[in-house]
Write a protein that binds this ligand. Sequence first.
Ligand code: SAH
Length: 300
Amino acid sequence: RGGLRSMENQHLKRRSLLAGVTALAAAAALPRAARAAMATPFSFDLEPPLVDRAEFVEWMVKNRGEDRAFLEQRYDRLQAMVERQDVWDDAVKRAFMLTPREAFVQKINRSHSYDHNFLDIGYGVTISGPHLVGRMTNSLDLKLGDKVLEIGTGSGYQSAVLAHLTDKVWSIEIIKPLAERTRGTYAQLIDAGYDEFKAVQTKSDDGYYGWEEFAPFDKIIVTCGIDHVPPPLLKQLTPNGVMLVPVGPPGAQRVLKIVKGIEADGSTRIARTDIYNGRIVPFVPFRKLDGDRISGTHNG
Ligand code: SAH
């Protein structure tokens, strides 16, 4: 955190010298700090070295201008995730390693950014733990060019990881002020040089009905828990598309991977697997809108 603060201070000093502005930008701490040193714009060819911790950190400091302490924690978290089999594809490892989770947690929780845990993000909801994001993301089998829809933007971290795997990401959040705050986070990060987040389109709405305008989607990831698979989402999935969705009673979901198969006669055949082999994982509830108000859940 010391490193972050001193980068931020340096940057502020430079700004006030140049433009005579005051501490206006202070709220934008992390992204502004990174801007000064974002030497290499994002591309899908960007390959940070993942085998050696020190090499990874040096590469990231040089190319992305991020904070060493966070980079070390990010590296260590990945090793633990690989060991627990929460991440197995190189592309997903790379996506995790390029995503500054510290920019998506609340300031007060920054030192816990890479804990094996979910964290409070306000509005009564949470950012999922890195292990869960890792396992769900890897289970999606995303390919560059896939269209992916997320239900439950929350902090924006999950869609940020997705944006390192494909350039077509849509995400819906039901809590309007949270959706707006996260839009602001993305704006700051884009401003700081994180071009990959330009690919993330967001809106505030009830995600139960998907996003008809941009359907169909190759992949759908639901990050709030519900007791059934929303039919509109299934409908907006392409043939052979994959959906990850936590299904079960309140606070006790199983994370299902659903593949929408098409039979020779053209009928749909749904294959389900449980990515945690039956283990219960609690999710934030899948709420519903009553006019402009959030009221109740979509549980049947
Ligand atoms: N993917 C998020 C996790 C946030 S928790 C992240 O990376 O931080 C789940 C989110 O789903 C919450 O923000 C909650 O407000 C949202 N949510 C709940 N019901 C929803 C609905 N019907 N449509 C869209 N989002 C919903």
